[in-house]
Design a protein. Sequence first.
Length: 280
Amino acid sequence: MLFLYIISAFLFAFLLFMLVGFLFFTGPNKRRDTSYFSGKMYAHRGLHDKEVPENSLQAFRLAKENGYGVELDVQMTRDGKLVVFHDGTLDRMCKIDGKLKDYTYEELSKFRLINKNGVTTEELIPLFSDVLETLEGVDIICEIKPDNGFKNYELCQKTYDMLMTHKGRFCVESFSPFLMGWFKNNHPEIIRGQLSENFVKSKGFSIANFCMSELWVNAVSRPDFVAYNHYHKTLGWKLVRKLYKPLYVAWTAKGKEEQEAAKAQYDAVIFEKEGPEMPI
C-alpha cells in the first residue's frame, strides 16, 4: 500500500510539474499589434524557382514585383559583414567546401549561386544592405541564423542596426531562443518570433529537442509569434495556441494545395512556389 502511495505521489508531482512548467515556460510575450501579418504571404528566401536561386537579389526583386512579403536569412562573414544566405555551409548553393562564417565577404563574392536545376547562375551571395535596398517598402521576416553561434549577440546587434535602415515593416525570428532573448532584453519594441518544429520526431528525443518541440523555450524568447513547420503539430503547439492565442506563422508551404491547408490553420504563411504556377 505504501508503495502505491509513493507511486501516486510521484505521478501527481510529475503532472503538477509538467502543468506549471508548461504554463510558465511556454507563455509568449504580452499581446501586441501584429495585425499586419494577418493573411499575409511571405516568399521563402524570395520568390525563387528552378531557374532563380533562393536568397538572391533576383528572387527578392520578383517577390516585390508580385506583391509578397519576404522571409530571408541573415548570417555573418569572418570579417563581420552581414549576408543573406540560408545554409551554414557553402556546398549546396555554391559547390564550395567549408562554412560561410569562415570566409570573408571578398572571398564569398567570387562564388556564384546555384539554382534548383544545378546550374551556376550569375547571382552572388548578397549583402544584407543590398537586399534591404532592393526590398524597400516590403514587409520582411528576418531569420537570424544560429550558425555564427546560438548566443552570437554581435550578429543580433548588427542585424538590428541594419534593419533600422529598412524603409518598410519588419520582424525577426530564429530557432535560437537566446538570439530572440537578446532582442527581448535589448530592443523589446521589435516584433520577434520563435521558430520551431517537432524536433523529437525529426531528430530524436533529447531534453533540448523536447523543449524546442513543445515551445518551452518561449521562456527565453517570449515571442510575439510562433513560426512552426506546418507539417508538424505537438501538444505544446496546440495548447499554446489554445491558451495564449499568439500569432502563428506556417513554414514552408509548397504549392497551392499546401498553401490552402496552411492558410486555414495559420495567421500567415511562408511559402514557396511549385512548378510554373504563382502562389495563391
